[in-house]
Design a protein around this ligand. Structure first.
Ligand code: CIZ
Ligand code: SF4
Length: 323
């Protein structure tokens, strides 16, 4: 492990590379990263850095966001097969590949047929602005009016000059927005299998086991779960909330990778996973070996073509202007 780490550091220096790790990455990956964070904060940070190479330890859409904001840098995705199934649940104009099973989770329902696309939705609701969650492909962002994150979604939707808004791809985030705005939310049918699996009985059980702990939920959980929470926010919002809170104990309703940094930054507080199986297999595909291999062999380079990059960046910029 030490030898692998040393080789990574050596190559990283030689190539003037920066190593970014998403909050859901393996501990050993987060431990050697230059920065850890959510997808957007990592991409924005990398854009301001004087580096030639960005190694993005996360899933495909995150590396695409880095490429959108840093077109002149080489963006590497060490886990070549790491896709986000939720991001893949919405496509621009080609049939989507709907997965019907996920590790440990089989309760799958989709509202729209496989060949229903974002363009079909736009034709159904002409002129209604499209807000895409950062968990979307660059192509979907390019087809959207705005991007949003799970922490700014409600504020952004309220600020848009329209009574109706189309939200893609997460039906749970859309439900959370709808519960917190007067606007009509037109919802896509996607979901994150890691968060969608949580049931009220899980919250009851965790609260019974850890009495007095605050429960923090990610809005990718179902609305009924968010409504049981003491606070609902993104991963970076959770880091902030737990840091600033006077409480000593927390139940964390998101992917368990976040616990590593929560514990590191708050050694005197206690953190419990809401469910120990809230683990995203795609996020765990990145290992020290894949990072080293990527740096040695340039696998896999993520480059968003200009005709997609420019409109995708526009949707991100519009979000930043409002935020
Ligand atoms: O945008 C991100 O990084 C994701 C997927 C989650 C979050 O809440 O930070
Ligand atoms: Fe996608 Fe969910 Fe995994 Fe995040 S945790 S990458 S939303 S499947």
């Amino acid at each position: 492990m030490d030898e692998l780490r040393d080789k990574i550091f050596e190559l990283k220096a030689k190539r003037n590379a920066v190593l970014l790790a998403h909050n859901y990455q393996r501990e050993e990956v987060q431990a050697i990263a230059d920065f850890t964070g959510d997808s957007l904060e990592l991409s924005r940070r990398a854009a301001t850095m004087d580096c030639d190479v960005i190694v993005f330890c996360g899933v495909n859409f995150m590396a695409e966001s880095a490429s959108i904001l840093s077109p002149d840098k080489t963006v590497l995705l060490p886990a070549t097969e790491a896709n986000c199934p939720m991001a893949d649940m919405v496509t621009v104009d080609t049939p989507r590949e709907l997965r019907m099973n996920f590790p440990g989770y089989n309760e799958v329902t989709y509202e729209f047929p496989e060949d229903f696309t974002l363009r079909d939705m736009k034709r159904r609701y002409p002129g209604v602005p499209v807000v895409s969650y950062v968990n979307t492909t660059a192509a979907v962002k390019a087809e959207s009016d705005y991007c949003c994150t799970s922490s700014n979604a409600v504020k952004l939707v309220n600020a848009i000059d329209s009574d109706r808004v189309i939200c893609v791809p997460d039906r749970n985030l859309a439900a959370w927005i709808a519960a917190n705005t007067k606007k009509e939310i037109i919802t896509w049918d996607g979901f994150c299998h890691v968060h969608d699996r949580v049931r009220p009985s899980d919250v009851d059980a965790a609260r019974a086991e850890h009495q007095g702990a605050l429960f923090v939920a990610h809005p990718e959980c179902r609305l009924e779960i968010c409504q049981m929470a003491d606070h609902v926010t993104s991963t970076s919002g959770m880091l902030r909330f737990c840091r600033e809170s006077d409480a000593r104990e927390f139940i964390i309703g998101t992917e368990t990778g976040l616990l590593y940094r929560l514990r590191l930054e708050n050694p005197h507080k206690k953190f419990h996973p809401l469910r120990s199986d809230m683990v995203c297999p795609n996020m765990k595909r990145t290992t020290l070996r894949t990072i080293l291999f990527a740096l040695e062999n340039n696998t896999k380079v993520i480059k968003v073509p200009e005709e997609i990059r420019v409109p995708a960046k526009r949707a991100l910029d519009r979000m930043l202007e409002i935020g």
